[in-house]
Design a protein around this ligand. Structure first.
Ligand code: IPD
Ligand code: CA
Ligand code: CA
Length: 264
């Protein structure tokens, strides 16, 4: 089975299994601190178990890097890594805000740039964003692209949760110059909306994003024609380590990128 089909199948199962749980008291139950450093909630654990059980059932030979469960070696002869954020946007999922997703990626080596398949499933609607390297990006069966024309309303995605005062000061012009700044609370799904052309620029310079938050969205955004740069304005890349924290600027085109860079 192709990795992309494995990821699609696993995320469909997550969608089915967490449907009734989001926004309930049970979803919030504390399961201790996960590998990514945050508290794992019941909804996170149910979703991760769904993926792990499926991968075991089909004997998919891989090493899983999960936001809650950490590194799980499912084979002595792994073909690559499954990078799993079974619930991205946990706070939204627990509170019942309908913006959270399942983010799964497959990488052949210990590098973000070696991700060859990515699936982000919107767990409120079931919409599946996916990409296989070199084959383009899709929402369900429809090909998607970042927004290349001049937008009617320019939507600027900026993540500032927990940002240091110095960063807030640096990016203040972005807020001043935008009537449509957004932060929706699930990094992978925000990258999917960017890939679909609904957000024009998406910026997170907090040095907080983990590889698990990024891996699937990174491939989908690139396959949709987006640029994703690091804080030094190089093409974003990193290892797949748990300690790695990322900053990035995703832009739909060069003109928008230039405009943003003049402000920060
Ligand atoms: C979080 C979300 C959020 C981002 C945080 C992430 P989680 O992931 O992607 O949008 O601001 O930095 O940790 O904890 O909901 O999987
Ligand atoms: Ca996450
Ligand atoms: Ca998560």
């Amino acid at each position: 089975m192709q990795p992309i089909n494995v990821l699609k199948e696993a995320s469909k199962l997550v969608y089915e299994n967490v449907k009734g749980l989001a926004g309930t008291k049970a979803a919030a139950k504390d399961h201790g601190v996960g590998a990514g450093g945050d508290i794992s909630r019941k909804i996170d654990v149910v979703a991760e178990k769904t993926v792990l059980d499926y991968l075991k059932k089909i004997k998919f030979e891989c090493i899983v890097l999960g936001e809650e469960c950490g590194r799980v070696e499912l084979s002595k002869n792994p073909k690559g890594f499954v990078i799993m954020d079974a619930i991205d946007g946990s706070a939204n999922a627990v509170r019942g805000i309908p913006f959270f997703c399942c983010s799964l990626a497959f990488a052949t080596e210990d590098k973000l740039s070696s991700v060859t398949a990515g699936v982000v499933t919107d767990l409120s609607t079931g919409d599946m964003y996916w990409a296989a390297r070199g084959r383009g990006a899709y929402c369900n069966s429809k090909r998607i692209h970042v927004h290349k024309e001049k937008p009617v309303y320019k939507i600027v995605g900026i993540n500032v949760s927990g940002a240091k005062p110095s960063l807030i000061k640096r990016i203040q012009p972005l807020f001043e110059n935008s009537n449509h700044a957004r932060h929706l609370g699930a990094n992978a799904l925000e990258l999917a909306l960017f890939s679909r052309g609904l957000i024009d620029i998406y910026i997170d310079l907090r040095e907080k994003i983990r590889v698990t938050d990024m891996a699937a969205g990174y491939l989908i955004a690139r396959e949709a024609g987006g640029k994703i740069l690091d804080k030094n304005l190089e093409n974003l890349d990193s290892d797949l380590s748990y300690d790695t924290r990322l900053s990035f600027i995703a832009a739909a085109n060069d003109e928008l990128l230039k405009e943003i860079l003049q402000q920060i």
